[in-house]
Design a protein around this ligand. Structure first.
Ligand code: CP
Length: 302
């Protein structure tokens, strides 16, 4: 499952359902009675896994799963394809995070139940993208006509890759990519997604120079787990630190999003700024995952 499996119109419908759940959670509290979600997490997670689990529980369903490859039979050499054939007997739907790009897709091909990609290596993180879209639409009222600044690790950052893929389908979106030169966008995003669609974008290294032009600032963490050597990670990890001084250069309506977890890239002094919405974002994530579970199980609530 990728955000591109959903048209912009279908995504809108998904966000409408999420907004309806937010407004009237009781209406949905038994929608998944008798259904089971399996969370198959081969990589660490706090938000995504717990957000899926609470989403299913709040819909009246139940949850099984594992939260590390070490606690599964992957340690004995079992393939993802075999694991999912087994899990298909136990659950009605599964959310999978895996360090290998494409693993959830391989699983989906062998699975008798719907598989949700909960993040695969440096490739995609579709439900984070749904979360981001839901947050922006809820707080800005629209997704068209916005300038998005994406800052940090744009090379390995799967959340950024997924989000760009989804945003280019909206009208008059512009991008400013802010990264050290070692962590610029991969060419399959720059050329195949942006240039091929004639999307306006700039690539810069200094956040201070562009922050005043942005409607949305999407901060990302430099991810230690994606680096091949510690030296490069240490050199780049504190390249960007968003603090009060930089926020003073931003517009009064600019929103700061971050998929979290953060390390040093946003100073905690920014947390109380009303433009900092990364903790609200987590809540929107839970509601959009509730909507997604309903959609993938084909459950409609009147
Ligand atoms: N945003 C996100 O994927 O967070 P976790 O790694 O904690 O799931």
């Amino acid at each position: 499952m990728s955000p591109l499996d959903y048209t912009a119109k279908e995504l809108d419908a998904l966000m409408d359902t999420a907004a309806d759940i937010m407004a009237d959670p009781a209406k949905y509290s038994h929608a998944c009675n008798g259904k089971i979600l399996a969370t198959l997490f081969y990589e660490p997670s706090t938000r995504t896994r717990l957000s899926f689990e609470t989403a299913m529980i709040r819909l009246g369903g139940e949850v099984i799963g594992f939260h590390s490859a070490d606690s599964s039979s992957a340690t004995k050499g079992e393939t993802v394809a075999d694991t999912i054939r087994v899990i298909s007997n136990f659950a009605d739907i599964a959310a999978m995070r895996h360090p290998k790009e494409g693993a959830p897709m391989v699983a989906a091909e062998k699975s008798a139940i719907p598989i949700i990609n909960a993040g695969d290596g440096g490739h995609q993180h579709p439900t984070q993208t749904f979360t981001d879209l839901m947050t922006i639409r809820s707080l800005k009222g629209h997704l068209d006509n916005l300038t998005f600044g994406m800052c940090g690790d744009l090379k390995f950052g799967r959340t950024v890759h997924s989000l760009i893929n989804a945003l280019v389908r909206y009208e008059n979106v512009k991008f400013v990519f802010i990264s050290p030169k070692e962590l610029t966008l991969p060419s399959y995003i720059r050329d195949d997604v942006l240039k091929s669609k004639n999307i306006e974008f700039r690539e810069v290294t200094r956040l201070e120079d562009v922050i005043g032009d942005l409607d949305i600032l999407y901060m990302t963490r430099v991810q230690r787990e994606r680096f091949f050597n510690e030296e490069d990670y240490v050199r780049l990890k504190d390249f960007y630190i968003l603090d009060k001084k930089k926020m003073a250069l931003a517009g009064k309506d600019m929103l700061v999003l971050h998929p979290l977890p953060r390390v040093n890239e946003i100073s905690t002094e920014v947390d109380d700024d009303p433009r900092a919405v990364y903790f609200k974002q987590v809540k929107y994530g839970m509601y959009i995952r509730m909507a997604l579970i309903l959609d993938m199980l084909g459950i409609r609530v009147a």
